[in-house]
Ligand binder design. Structure first.
Ligand code: CA
Length: 463
C-alpha cells in the first residue's frame, strides 16, 4: 500500500516536472538545453552563477543590492523595500548571469510584484567593451508592469546625436500589450474636437486619469469654420498643422500644469505643448492628478480644439493618450467639451493580474529574427537586421520607477518572483553551440548601473 503511494507520488512529481516547463516552440531549431536555473540552492550558491547589482542607480528610484535577493523553496525573490540606502528611498534587486549567450531560445517563468510602480524585467544586454564593429544592444523580453502589461522592446545602443546636441539611441522594436480584454492603449496621436456651436472661453483645460505619464506635444484652438476646414496632423511627415493660414487662438496663453515627469521640466517644459513645434512636448507627472491648463488674455470664441499626444520614435507616434477630459471656462464655471476618462478607468475593470499568476515569457533570438512568446504563444516578431550578433548575459531585474504607473507605498514588501530561467541553443545553426565562445567574465560583485528599457525609452525618443 505504502509502496503504491510512493510510486504514485513519484509519478506525480515526474508529471509536474514535465509540466512546469515545455521545450522551445516546435520547428524553431535543433535545441539543446545549455543553461538551467531553478533556484533550488542557497544564496551563496546562487551568486556563483549570478552577479547581483550592488549600488544606487540614477535612472530609477531605487538602489539595487544583494540583500534584496532571496531564494527559498526553489523561488527567487527580488524584494522591494521602502528604506533609505545611499542616495535613494527605495531598494530592490537585480542580477545577471556570469554566462554570456549569443542566439538561442530564452524562457523565464515569473510573476510580477503585486503593486504599480515596479518594472519586472527579464532581459539581455551587451556589457563592457565590444570588439571592433560590435553593436551594443538591449533585448527586453519583457518589462512587466502591474497588473497586466507586457512590454517588449529592442534597443540599438549606438549613440545618436540629436539636432539639439543631446545624445540618444534608437528603439528598434517597442510593443506594449495589455493582457486584459479591456484595452486602454491608443495609437492615434491626433485629437480634433470640432464644436457644433462656438463657445466663449477664457481658459482651456485637458486632464487625464491615465495611469502613467503622457506627452502633450501641441494644443490648439481655432475659430469656427462652418466648412470644417480645420488643420490636420500629417503623421507621415510629422507636421502640424499641415495646412497654414489658421491662427491658434491659444498661442499667447499662459500655461499651468499638474507637474512634470520625474522633475524633468527642462526636457519637457509646460510651454512645450504650446510652442508650435511637434518636436517639443510637456510630459505629465507619473502619478497623481494630471492636467494642463491654458489661460487666455481675454475670452475668445472657439469652434474647434485640437491636441497631439504620444512620443515620437523613429518617425512614429507611440503611447498616445487614450483617456482625457477637455473643458473650458466660460467666465463663471468649467464646462465639459469631451470626457472619455470614465470609459477607461484604471484598476476596477482589469481582471488579469500577472502578479497573481505564474506565466512564461519566451524569446527566440536567431541571426535573422526575434520572436517574443507569452505562455508559449507568439506575440511579436521582428527582424534582427544588423543588430544583435554578440554575446550578452541574461538579467532578472526589479526596479521601482514612475514608468510603471506611479510609485506607491503598497510596493513595500512586494517582490518579483522567479521560478526558473532556461536557455536552449541550436547545435546545428551557425553561431549556435558549436562556435559559441563567450568572453571570460570576472567574478566580482557588480556596482555598475544597469541601463534598462524604461529609461532608454525616455532618452530614446527622437525629441
Ligand atoms: Ca510642442
Amino acid at each position: 500500500m505504502r509502496k503504491t503511494h510512493i510510486l504514485a507520488l513519484a509519478g506525480l512529481t515526474i508529471f509536474f516536472a514535465g509540466r512546469l516547463f515545455a521545450d522551445p516552440p516546435e520547428g524553431t531549431g535543433n535545441w539543446r538545453l545549455v543553461f538551467e536555473e531553478t533556484f533550488d540552492k542557497s544564496k551563496e550558491e546562487l551568486f556563483e552563477t549570478w552577479v547581483p547589482a550592488n549600488g544606487n542607480e540614477g535612472h530609477i528610484l531605487c538602489g539595487r543590492f544583494p540583500e534584496n535577493i532571496e531564494v527559498k523553496d526553489g523561488i527567487l525573490r527580488l524584494c522591494n523595500r521602502k528604506e533609505r540606502r545611499g542616495t535613494q528611498d527605495w531598494t530592490s534587486g537585480s542580477m545577471n548571469t556570469y554566462k554570456y549567450f549569443k542566439y538561442g531560445y530564452f524562457e523565464c517563468r515569473y510573476r510580477y510584484a503585486d503593486a504599480p510602480g515596479v518594472n519586472n524585467s527579464f532581459w539581455l544586454m551587451t556589457r563592457g567593451k565590444l570588439p571592433q564593429g560590435g553593436i551594443p544592444f538591449e533585448l527586453d523580453i519583457n518589462e512587466g508592469h502591474y497588473p497586466d502589461e507586457i512590454n517588449c522592446t529592442i534597443h540599438d545602443w549606438r549613440p545618436i546625436i540629436l539636432e539639439n546636441g543631446k545624445k540618444s539611441h534608437k528603439v528598434v522594436v517597442h510593443k506594449n500589450f495589455e493582457m486584459d480584454p479591456v484595452k486602454i492603449s491608443n495609437e492615434d496621436p491626433f485629437v480634433s474636437i470640432p464644436l457644433d456651436v462656438s463657445v466663449s472661453a477664457s481658459k482651456i483645460r485637458i486632464s487625464s486619469n491615465h495611469y502613467q505619464h503622457f506627452h502633450i506635444r501641441e494644443i490648439a484652438a481655432y475659430e469656427k469654420d462652418s466648412l470644417g476646414g480645420y488643420p490636420s496632423l500629417d503623421t507621415k511627415n510629422i507636421k502640424y498643422p499641415d495646412k497654414e493660414g489658421k491662427k491658434n487662438l491659444l498661442a499667447d496663453g499662459t500655461v499651468k500644469v499638474s507637474g512634470h515627469l520625474e522633475g524633468r521640466q527642462d526636457d519637457f517644459p509646460s510651454k512645450g505643448a504650446l510652442d508650435g513645434k511637434l518636436s517639443t512636448s510637456w510630459c505629465a507627472n507619473g502619478g497623481g492628478e494630471k492636467w494642463i491648463e491654458i489661460t487666455l488674455p481675454e475670452a475668445r470664441d472657439i469652434g474647434c480644439i485640437q491636441f497631439i499626444t504620444g512620443w515620437i520614435n523613429d518617425g512614429k507616434f507611440l503611447d498616445c493618450l487614450p483617456t482625457y477630459k477637455v473643458e473650458y471656462f466660460d467666465g463663471k464655471e468649467w464646462k465639459t467639451i469631451k470626457d472619455n476618462n470614465s470609459k477607461h478607468a484604471f484598476g476596477g475593470k482589469k481582471t488579469v493580474n500577472l502578479a497573481r499568476s505564474w506565466n512564461t515569457y519566451g524569446f527566440l533570438w536567431t541571426p535573422k529574427e526575434f520572436v517574443f512568446y507569452f505562455n508559449g504563444k507568439e506575440i511579436l516578431r521582428a527582424p534582427n537586421d544588423n543588430l544583435a550578433h554578440y554575446y550578452a548575459p541574461v538579467f532578472l531585474s526589479a526596479a521601482i520607477t514612475n514608468w510603471a504607473h506611479g510609485v506607491c507605498d503598497e510596493i513595500d514588501g512586494t517582490s518579483m518572483d522567479v521560478d526558473y530561467v532556461r536557455v536552449w541553443q541550436d547545435y546545428r545553426m551557425k553561431g549556435g553551440i558549436l562556435d559559441n565562445r563567450p568572453p571570460e567574465i570576472e567574478k566580482t560583485p557588480d556596482s555598475k548601473p544597469q541601463k534598462s528599457g524604461f529609461f532608454s525609452r525616455l532618452l530614446g525618443s527622437s525629441e
